[in-house]
Write a protein that binds this ligand. Structure first.
Ligand code: GTP
Ligand code: MG
Length: 207
């Protein structure tokens, strides 16, 4: 799929203030600093579209970007950043969970995990919560440029094997690097296939 345009629309502090629109949305979630905002910029070929930082905790609101004037990418705050106060952590947790559970336009959530680490409880708990809540998701391994291609593939496979212990059916997964632009076509093709299936649907959501 070709990205012809990508524009920032709004930063919302809660789900009620997200765009009043029924176009399909794809959200990016994962631990702080995993590379959510960088991945959005890489997919859109648009440096600086989503704000990135080497310090965790950069994204604090629900950010909507409209792509090709047809559908949205949504950058969410990260979870699991220990240096935040309990009150802020709770507020962000509520923001994320109410967006994911209430936003009917959300057709797929990409859960990002750092390819260098074996599964962490916080990621597995989040994935289990998505599954139990019947929220469609895919897994995106980030920062693959930090490993050799074979080690990256091996880590991704081991991660998915671990997930198999709690889930019979595994979600799709993608190995990516925003630095090297790895995985871009695969993710965009995946989004395109969902967009196409929505077009053929009688769904309320349009693209
Ligand atoms: P929060 O908004 O704080 O939750 O972080 P985020 O998940 O949006 O991460 P962000 O995109 O801001 O990136 C965090 C850091 O990781 C930045 O220093 C990026 O340059 C770096 N980074 C992101 N993706 C990659 C990647 O694919 N490879 C490498 N080497 N670094 C990356
Ligand atoms: Mg961010």
């Amino acid at each position: 799929m070709e990205i012809k345009s990508s524009e920032f629309v709004i930063s919302a502090p809660n789900v009620n203030q997200c765009p009043n629109d029924i176009k399909a949305e794809y959200a990016f979630i994962g631990r702080s600093n995993v590379g959510k905002s960088s991945l959005i910029n890489m997919l859109c070929n648009h440096k600086g579209l989503a704000k990135t930082s080497s310090t965790p905790g950069k994204t604090l609101l629900i950010n909507h970007f409209i792509i090709n004037k047809e559908w949205y990418l949504v950058d969410l705050p990260g979870y699991g950043f220990a240096k935040r106060s309990k009150t802020v952590q709770k507020k962000l947790q509520n923001m994320i969970s109410s967006y994911i559970l209430q936003r009917e336009q959300l057709v797929n959530t990409f859960v990002l995990v750092d390819i260098r680490h074996s599964p962490m409880a916080i990621d597995v708990d989040f994935i289990n919560w998505l599954g139990q809540s019947n929220v469609p998701f895919a897994i995106v391994f980030t920062k693959a440029d930090k490993l050799t291609p074979s080690k990256a593939r091996q880590n991704a496979e081991a991660w998915m094997e671990k997930l198999k212990e709690s889930w019979e059916e595994l979600p799709p997964y993608f190995v990516t690097s925003s630095e090297k632009r790895t995985g871009r076509d695969e993710i965009l093709n995946y989004i395109e296939s969902i967009n196409k299936s929505l077009k053929g649907d009688n769904s309320e959501i349009i693209i």
